[in-house]
Design a binder for this molecule. Sequence first.
Ligand code: HEM
Length: 501
Amino acid sequence: FISLFIALKIWRRERFQKQRSGQQLPGPPLLPLIGNLQDLRQQNLHIHLTKLAKRFGPIYRLRTWKQEIVVLNSVELIKEALVKGPSDLAGRPQTFIGNFISFGGKDLALGDYTSTWKIQKKLVHGVIQRSRNMALEPLVEREARKLCETFQSYVGMPVNTTRDFSMSTCNVISSLTFGTEYEKNDPELQDIHDCLVELVSLWGSPSISLLDMFPILQHFPNSAWKDFQKAVGKRDTFIRRQIERHKETFQKGKVRDTTDALMKYFWDQEEETAELGEVTEEHIHMAIVDLFVGGTETTSSTLSWAIALLIQRPDIQDRIYSEMCNLVGEDRYPTYAERRNLPLLSATIAEVLRLRPVVPLSLLHRATCDKSVAGYFVQKGTNVIINLFGAHQDECKWTDPAHFRPERFLESADGEQNLQSVISFGAGARTCLGEPVARVELFIFMAYLLKNFQFLPVKDVHHPALRTQPGILLKMNMSPIQMPAIALAALYLSALVSART
Ligand code: HEM
């Protein structure tokens, strides 16, 4: 009876959709009761969805008993859907865990598309832009210098660079946000870094995912849920302590860092606050959390992938080194403004972002209104997966897409256009807020590292880092139908570091 009821519901929805659009979205066959749940539960979801795109085309639908999900898999379609009518797909589905970790949906990354969210994003965007223009580059340069000193102590040894990258990017965000530049081994930095990593990894665990589908399970014994609550508490205590510290020392008209810049609207009575609308201190607290969570593992994973990929291409490492020496000589490093004069380094960064977009399925979007995408009708409330990984593997767009070939951006007149087709930071109203920060970090860190070192394969060590395997993929969201994921470079990435002389 239940199967019959669900089949009837699906049939009616399909008929409705047909009526509205004249065209029915393609997709894999639906199984009784579960629809396409088996597709959505795949461990390497981004790879699975990309395979489905080969069968069903750049736009298709998946369905669970509860809802329809539209999957977009090509650069053109993603840009069309997210940029034309930029708010149409800018919603986020609201979930139990999402609400739990964000004072009831006050998060920037997970919050739904509301007028308050728009003000919150505009505020943080403005502050990030200003800090990029003022403090960011010298800060990243200092951090890159420290990283090189650490790497110097590894010369001649096989190393795992993952934690070093992650601590460096965490420190950049900490300096930017709180004005606190930690030493590498500072316990406070290690503590907040490890807390955030734990939080993200617990978030992807099945015991936590299940709570999104059945929140009632929070009342049953669940050790992962207890650990998760503890980690959220620790995170909030750290952020609150920093905000309090800032409040005590805040001086009108003197903005020291991102926290001051965001909080001054609440603390400085003379500031114009009319623009703030419903934005509260909790929204700012969550925005700071987003900067930390969004800004640590993403950039550091991209750096790890870069090294993992460059180990296979020593010729590219050598050419980038020569390119830099020709431009700036032996004694100094290139600045971010000089990136256009370093085409191979820029192309290499673009190729790493293309081949390993660290948030391969973006964050789940939700249609805020009825919309037509590629002539298909997408109903308001439908969840939409933006398959960035799939778009970067599209054979109609990229020649030999599975291979690491920075040259592709330099070879033809299409090079510039190809650069525009790397969409690892998303597009439209939900585009990554930290993109300007990440781009400066990627460029400066790569320039410093490649100017000082060669990264060589360790003899007889297999490099699984080049495959995205189960275990490498860290699922950030909870239920199988909400699966934004961050593909982390293999934890066991190892390279032999050799100093350039
Ligand atoms: C969102 C990628 C670094 C902060 C996102 C999204 C992607 C992404 C794909 C989702 C876009 C969407 O929903 O359509 C990346 C990549 C990075 C990176 C590839 C590095 C290589 C950063 C950094 C920060 C940051 C450094 C902070 C300083 C955020 C925030 C959002 C976001 C706050 C939520 C935006 C929103 O929902 O409106 N990022 N990111 N990200 N990212 Fe990043």
